[in-house]
Write a protein that binds this ligand. Structure first.
Ligand SMILES: [Zn+2]
Length: 446
């Protein structure tokens, strides 16, 4: 028997009304194992640039990495294609699935670079197809075939830097669309026991569970954490109140800030390329209707508009407290200019590096009775209401106000964090390489 390696990339099989590409991957875990394939990694769940205009719902692509017997190759490929055909929402406009069969054991650097670009910026289908051809991979695109981009990106992101894990549990199909039933108390308890090694289980600001998605997709709940063991243990602490069809542990780039790329100057910011950038606050924050906060930052190279939208919660409150002169580092998606709206940074995080003094001008105090004087009009001096003294030469006095904000990192509220956003709790837990690990014994069911 000749043992071969294959990386199967999948993307864009789902729609807002049906399915989930992780579910197609979970089905394939069972089917490929039955054919005799051996998994050399957990299925990889790779979140792509959340800032592209045509993203799918969660913008997640999948890669299954297996060793298999050469004789089974055709059967494996047919199984993958058949599963996408059966479970992808092919009728839905904007769902354009892609499958990539990559049959080299090692992933070439060019494909790794392509993957990074797909996570941080914009790539084209042409770029993807060129690499598919160059490395003799096979790509199957349904409809416009855009899913091939994500499929190849998932193959190329081997998660050798920072990564996390997620265990996803799937519902029995007869319950799709019905309210999810999971014992909430068991989720809060699980969170207490496993934190800080799991993250984003609950929204502490509102005391709500956030591991159960909304909507018609097949996921009952998902638990994110630092190792396969911890998410598996956490999973066992949660009590589902409806049957589970299956569950799988995925290795992912979720919670790693992988989408954000640092720029040296504000002039380098490009639409749809999420950034980390530094600048000085140059206009006072304004709250506009619908409760979004806007302000600008500048550096030697330019000035750019920043927005903290209402759902960012805590972050919006921080943005409102900024004053001109504050030196900040912002983490943001980039919206392209449209109409009379300029290019805008949609904030995910703000790091407040230096606080400028907050200055206010107050009326002077009456030397006789210690009360604040009243102005007699512009440049006309002041008068004391109590004793009647007049001070025509007096001027307003400059006072330094206490800042009700501190230096430090501020992140959008848990409920509005993107899949890729690194939460507070993960700071200091970053992995800098992938240790050659053996998969835990039970990482999937069935
Ligand atoms: Zn007085």
């Amino acid at each position: 028997m000749t043992e071969r390696t294959m990386h199967i990339g999948l993307d864009d099989t789902d729609s807002t009304r049906k399915g989930c590409t992780t579910y197609v991957a979970a089905l394939l875990v069972e089917k490929l194992l039955k054919i005799g394939a051996k998994f050399i990694d957990y299925p990889n769940l790779i979140r792509l640039n959340p800032n592209v205009p045509w993203k799918t719902r969660g913008n997640g692509a999948l890669c299954l990495r297996i060793k298999y017997n050469k004789n089974d190759e055709e059967k494996i490929e047919e199984t993958a294609i058949g599963t996408v055909e059966e479970h992808g929402d092919l009728e839905s406009k904007g769902t354009d699935p892609g499958i990539v069969f990559f049959k080299k054991a090692r992933i070439p650097v060019e494909v790794k670079i392509f993957a990074k670009k797909t996570i941080t910026g914009i790539v084209t289908l042409k770029d993807a197809l060129r690499l598919v051809k160059k490395f003799e991979a096979e790509a199957i695109g349904f409809k416009n075939g855009r899913g091939i981009i994500g499929g190849l990106a998932a193959v190329g992101e081997t998660l050798q830097g920072d990564h996390t894990y997620e265990i996803l549990a799937y519902r029995a199909p007869e319950n799709y669309g019905l309210k999810r039933r999971v014992d909430e108390a068991s989720i809060f308890e699980m969170d207490k026991v496993t934190a800080p090694h799991t993250f984003n289980n609950v929204d502490t600001e509102r005391g709500r569970v956030i591991i159960t998605p909304r909507g018609p997709d097949p996921i009952l709940f998902g638990i994110r954490g630092e190792t396969a063991e911890i998410v598996k243990n956490a999973f066992e602490m949660v009590k589902p109140l409806e049957p589970l069809e299956r569950w799988v542990v995925f290795r992912t780039n979720q919670g790693t800030d992988a989408h954000l790329k640092r720029v040296e100057g504000l002039h380098q910011i490009k639409p749809h390329n999420p950034v980390i950038a530094r600048g000085t606050v140059s206009t006072s924050p304004k709250m506009i209707p619908r409760r979004h906060v806007f302000f600008s930052i500048k550096d030697n190279s330019g000035q750019v508009e920043c927005a903290a939208y209402e759902p960012t919660g805590a972050l919006r409150k921080v943005a409102m407290k900024l004053v001109i002169g504050d030196y900040v580092e912002i983490y943001a998606g980039v919206r392209k200019p449209s109409g009379n709206i300029p290019l805008t940074l949609n904030l995910e995080k703000i790091r407040l590096l230096k606080l400028a003094p907050k200055i206010a001008y107050q009326n002077p105090i009456c030397p006789e009775c210690g009360k604040h004087l009243k102005s007699m009009g512009k440049n006309k001096g002041f008068r004391c209401d109590k004793c009647g003294s007049r001070y025509p030469e007096a001027e307003k006095i400059k006072v330094k106000l206490e800042r009700d904000i501190r230096r430090g990192l501020y992140i959008t509220s848990t409920r509005s964090q993107r899949h890729l956003t690194k939460p507070y709790i993960r700071y200091g837990m970053e992995k800098h390489h992938q240790t050659a690990e053996r998969l835990i014994e039970n990482w999937h069911f069935p």
